[in-house]
Design a protein around this ligand. Structure first.
Ligand code: IMP
Ligand code: MG
Length: 179
């Protein structure tokens, strides 16, 4: 069972649920009447996005982009490649980019510029987790679920070598798993 690989729980199911509800309420307030497009960054954001959008009460559209910035390890490569592009024309629309975690910021600063070049009305960033200590790119999120310590975490969409995305909470793996 995957639970056996977890050393410590960082954010429990209950904590995630409560915080996602608050974020949804805030976005509902801020975007009332604006019909935003949520753009989820695959794959990590899909669990968060599914919960978040059910906590949002405005009309909204959803789209996804897939980018690769990481290999199967735990250190960023710095390179960003678009594997799945937007399927919408975002010109004149209000965009909210949904991310699982803002780490170095390399991925999101690239994506934000990419989307801004298509002339949307606005672009905001909503990330479930923020690791400000590791920031390299000049970027700050508009909505943050939790600040998190500089540890490699998994669960609730976040993977290690594509595993553990299906854990309903967020935790740290036992050191021997990374070996
Ligand atoms: P950035 O470009 O360094 O900000 O990388 C962001 C991406 O790296 C996230 O969307 C995640 O897919 C991945 N990532 C960063 N830190 C972690 C972590 O602690 N666990 C799992 N994935 C992570
Ligand atoms: Mg990942």
């Amino acid at each position: 069972m995957i639970e056996n690989d977890i050393e410590r729980v960082f954010f429990s199911e209950e904590e995630l649920k409560a915080r996602v509800k608050e974020l949804g309420a805030k976005i509902t307030q801020d975007y009332d009447g604006k019909s935003p497009i949520f753009i989820g960054v695959l794959k990590g954001s899909f669990v968060f996005m599914a919960d978040l959008m059910r906590a949002v009460r405005t009309y909204c559209d959803i789209d996804f982009m897939a980018v690769s910035s990481y290999g199967s390890g735990t250190v960023t490569t710095g390179a960003v490649k678009i594997n799945k592009d937007l399927s919408y024309n975002v010109e004149g629309r209000h965009i909210i980019i949904i991310e699982d975690i803002l780490d170095s910021g390399v991925t999101l600063s690239y994506l934000k510029r990419y989307i801004e070049a298509r002339k949307p009305a606005s672009v905001a960033i909503c990330t479930l987790l923020d690791k400000p200590a590791r920031r390299k790119a000049d970027i700050s999120p508009d909505y943050v679920g939790f600040e998190c310590p500089d540890a490699f975490i998994v669960g609730y969409g976040l993977d290690y070598a594509e595993r553990y995305r299906n854990l309903p909470y967020i935790g740290v793996l036992k050191p021997e798993i990374y070996a």
